[in-house]
Design a protein. Sequence first.
Length: 375
Amino acid sequence: MKIEFYKHSVSQKDIDNAVGVLNSLFLTTGEVVSEFEYKFSRYLDCKYTVGVTSCTAALHLSLLAYGIGPGDEVITTPMTFIATANAIIHAGATPVFVDVEPDTANIDANLIENAITSRTKAILPVHLYGQMCDMKKIREIANKYHLVVIEDSAHAIEASRDGIRPGELGDAACFSYYATKNITSGEGGAVSTNNEEIAEKLKKLRLHGMSKGAAERYSKQYEHWDMEILGWKCNMYNIQAALLLNQLENIEKYWQRREQICEMYEEAFEEDSVVTCLKVLPNSKSARHLFTILVPPKRRDSIMGQFQESGIGVAVNFRAIHLLTFYRQTFGYERGMYPIAEKIGDSTITLPLYPKLSNEEVQYVIKVVKEVTTS
Ligand SMILES: Cc1ncc(COP(=O)(O)O)c(C=O)c1O
């Protein structure tokens, strides 16, 4: 059996929507983007969403919108995709890592205060694999030290914890519509916020700092635009938004199927003596973006190779980023500094998880995992 690591859920309706845009006059940022932004905000129960071309851009621009730059420190987790920490560096600031919780792999909110210095300006928690961090505690710390909170919600569109959703307690939440995400336009991203001034600033930052977007410039009598601030070029365009609209309508249906699959995996590995699963906390709805297992670190790479030989697509999300060459060389990080993130990074294997995965395929994955890990 061959089981792909990921298969997207782009439907004929999504394709028809994109073709509709391609047959129209306006391909770039226009009404379809506005419609998606409005509907995404409504889904999250957040006031504003600004569509961009990636979550990396969403993180970068959010930091800039809140005035974070050279000389500033931003607290984040080493157990994430490099985009999180890279965006801090792109903004000119310095990432400061805090270790993670062993059960969830999310940033350990109890360790954050120890990492705060006079230069700390923001906390950038990552809702890893789909489960939200302890946002109540993080907000409390941020209020105490007057820090901005920007949530990396690339994995967590559908998540909630203690009844709180992404973007609710954070000053901004950043999302990804990358090729393997829960809804996808191949590449894409957004920032959601309840702060109107920041939303307006983000609209400028995504388009060179221009005072008017293309739709405003060309849909009416021509009006001159001004450049008020220095911006970037990462505006979401209509073709991307068209692909996402109908996926957003179906987002809970897709989530339910992933939830079922995760429950099958969790039940199968509950009593396992070699394989461990991370925990979804009782008061938490995980967006179920990635399903990762932990195996003994010394055996991880060979186990992964055997999964692949059995036809199962796998990935590693993630090796602790402070150990990657650039981070070691630039910031002097060494093994031993964030031991829990390192252990998870050395032990983790991500299994296939997507709505199109059949029960038979899930059972095959479980069978192979058990056979390989007990051999
Ligand atoms: C946790 C996390 N943050 C940010 C990103 C960056 O997203 P994008 O590829 O849309 O820039 C990713 C991408 O996979 C991610 O996993």
